[in-house]
Design a protein around this ligand. Structure first.
Ligand code: NAP
Length: 222
């Protein structure tokens, strides 16, 4: 499978590129608005992967090009830029590319980090509104700490709820995510459940602030 990371030069993009690169046989395509940034990021990721004994296929191009070749395209850009980014790659999206969004809109106040959703209810639902007709949209990875993913020395043990209206697309993302060691993807129902998941990210950051903790994530136990 080909996994494109749009804005894959950033924090969550790096974490996902390294974990998919090390733990799976899928082709990882790192996207950027600038081809040189994509190539630079790939050079760094390859160096890290090689240092960890992984023979991964990672390539870097502009966002449009990685989307065009993708089975799964992760919108790893800031929440306020999901709309422009979708517009910039719209011609490359169709019903055969699953568009995955990890984006969470938040703002900081005196009490901590607060969930600050768009009028759609969540950034995930905003992405679904802005995606071209027929493109399956899935929300995932909202609560994962990027820095911990990017540290391949570190073990991880996190859950990530996955939402979407297209059940096949949800299952594809769940199965793909479960290939990463230490991640458990959980089906979480339709896109309308995304706000509850996104709000957990703000709470997690607030918990980090008050408890001198780092790399907190979510894990549901039986
Ligand atoms: N960081 C985390 O721990 C974490 C965890 C879970 C979910 N998320 C979500 O994942 C998304 C990315 O987070 P991040 O921390 O990785 O962000 P980031 O590092 O700040 O940015 C990611 C990439 O987005 C691109 N970008 C920046 N401004 C843009 C714009 N105006 N238009 C289009 N692309 C732009 C940049 O790539 P180029 O300059 O190369 O184009 C940048 O490298 C966010 O929506 C966030 O809510 C983050």
């Amino acid at each position: 499978m080909r996994i494109a990371l749009l804005g894959g030069t950033g924090d969550i993009g790096e974490g996902l590129a390294l974990r998919f690169g090390r733990d799976t046989d899928h082709e990882v395509l790192v996207g950027s608005r600038d081809p040189e940034s994509a190539r630079d990021a790939v050079a760094g990721y390859e160096e890290t992967l090689e240092a960890h004994g992984a023979e991964a296929t990672v390539k870097g191009f502009v966002n449009e090009m990685v989307t065009d070749r993708a089975d799964v395209a992760v919108l790893a850009v800031p929440p306020y830029h999901v709309g422009d980014t979708i517009e910039s790659v719209a011609d490359a999206l169709d019903e055969n590319t699953i568009l995955v969004t990890p984006a969470v809109a938040m703002k900081r106040d005196d009490g901590g980090m607060q969930f600050h959703p768009p009028s759609a209810g969540s950034t995930t639902e905003l992405v679904a509104q802005r995606a071209p007709d027929g493109v399956p949209v899935v929300g995932a990875y909202h609560n994962l700490p990027a820095a911990r993913l990017a540290d391949l020395e570190a073990d991880i043990d996190y859950d990530t709820p996955v939402v979407g209206t297209d059940r096949d697309a949800v299952r594809t993302v769940v199965d793909l995510t479960n290939e990463i060691e230490g991640l458990r993807a959980l089906e979480a129902g339709p896109l309308s459940n995304a706000a509850a998941i996104e709000s957990l990210t703000a709470l997690t950051i607030t918990l980090t602030m008050y408890n001198d903790a780092r790399d907190l994530g979510v894990k549901w136990q039986e």
